[in-house]
Design a protein around this ligand. Structure first.
Ligand code: SF4
Length: 378
């Protein structure tokens, strides 16, 4: 009987059972761990940016790290249940990969689920044995040639889940089907993930040179990739799982869930979570004011809890947006402030600011709204 295609949140589709690494990723519970930018392949669609490609760089989520304490911090910040080890090719720096993999299993426990991506170039019996001994749970191949494909066979002799993950290149149906037939012939491969091809800062030129277009003006997905993935899902029936992971699902499901998960842990008492972002008010005292005195007055005279106010090293004052809103008249008049910013940030290591609004403008807009509503009622 033909297997059913099931839709997943974020316009992804699956035929079979979702691999455990993907389940954790969709829940936002997986630590993204880039062990090195080194890789011996030269894929024209590679999304590694120049600052990472070929470099000795380690990132735990977006945080550059030099030792395992950085992994511990990020794991705690997002309450991660597993990790995805990526690169570059993690097997190009096998000793380092084994060191971190071993530490993760030792510190976070056997149940901490770890999957790893590789082209397969360095998937020698010796390297695979090392990974298996260190406790790797799942290995995903993205082979570039026949020799690398053949190395998948070696991985089947270990006690872990073996799968493949490939970008779906429009007009590459024949080659993709040949690869899938090969996976089927191996019998014990558990899944093949199809990634919707995406244009990034790193590969945009290479993709446009080859005539690829974007699906829509406001999307980074490449036209034709999704259509081919769905066509293959419709037309074929393999014993292993086929899973199409859309570009939308990476942003709207995986990334968003990771932000929400992290925000809950790293949020300061005065920050509010809104759609995975942290929202707060930032007060910039005028040059002649003494910021410490403003903080003191807010605590002493207006009975604001100490943990709801934070004086930054740059002497700006952070507090909750609603405290700033309630006290805005006092703040503007007494301290001669010109503005209070309402700031929206990602709860990530870099705390990237996504948006900034002026409390004065927001208040004026709210007042105008209230005024027009009361007029309507009268
Ligand atoms: S194998 Fe992966 S990391 Fe290496 S060049 Fe290709 S896409 Fe980039």
């Amino acid at each position: 009987m033909k297997k059913k295609i099931r839709p997943l949140q974020g316009e992804s589709y699956i035929k079979g059972t979702l691999p455990k690494g993907c389940k954790l990723c969709r829940r936002g519970a997986q630590l993204f761990f880039l062990i090195s930018g080194k890789c011996s392949e030269n894929c024209y669609y590679c999304s590694l940016t120049k600052d990472k490609r070929g470099e000795d760089i380690i990132l735990a989520n977006e945080r550059p790290i030099t030792n395992f304490s950085g992994v511990m911090l990020e794991k705690t910040n997002m309450n991660a249940l597993g990790a995805a080890i990526t690169g570059g090719d993690p097997l190009a720096t096998i000793d380092l990969t084994i060191e971190y993999l071993t530490n993760m299993k030792k510190e976070f426990g056997e149940k901490f689920y770890i999957h790893l991506y590789t082209s397969g170039r360095f998937a020698t019996e010796e390297n695979l044995q090392k990974l298996s001994d260190a406790g790797l749970d799942e290995i995903r191949f993205h082979p570039q040639n026949r020799t690398q494909e053949k190395n998948i066979e070696k991985a089947l002799f270990h006690n872990w889940t073996v799968g493949a993950e490939i970008p779906i290149i429009p007009n590459n149906k024949e080659k993709t089907l040949k690869f899938l037939d090969y996976l089927e012939s191996l019998e014990f491969v558990k899944f093949c993930n199809f990634n919707e091809l995406e244009a990034t800062e790193a590969n945009f030129e290479n993709l446009t040179k080859r005539g690829f277009l974007l699906k829509t003006e406001d999307s980074s997905a490449v036209e034709g990739s999704e259509a081919l993935a769905l066509e293959i899902l419709e037309e074929t029936d393999y014993n292993f799982t086929l899973h199409y992971c859309s570009s939308l699902s990476k942003d709207a499901v995986q990334f968003r869930n990771r932000l929400l998960r992290t925000a809950k842990v790293v949020k300061k008492p005065f920050e509010e979570i809104q759609d995975g972002m942290l929202v707060k008010a930032v007060i910039t005292p005028p040059n002649y004011a003494i910021p410490e005195e403003i903080v003191e007055a807010l605590i002493e005279e207006y009975d604001i809890d100490q943990e709801m106010i934070f004086l930054r090293p740059d002497k700006k004052i952070e507090t909750s947006w609603y405290i700033a809103d309630v006290l805005k008249d006092v703040l503007f008049e007494r301290y001669d402030l010109t503005n209070i910013d309402i700031v929206y940030e990602y709860p990530t290591y870099s705390r990237t600011m996504i948006a900034k609004g002026s409390l004065r403008e927001l208040s004026l807009a709210n007042d105008a709204l209230k005024h027009s509503e009361s007029k309507k009622e009268n």
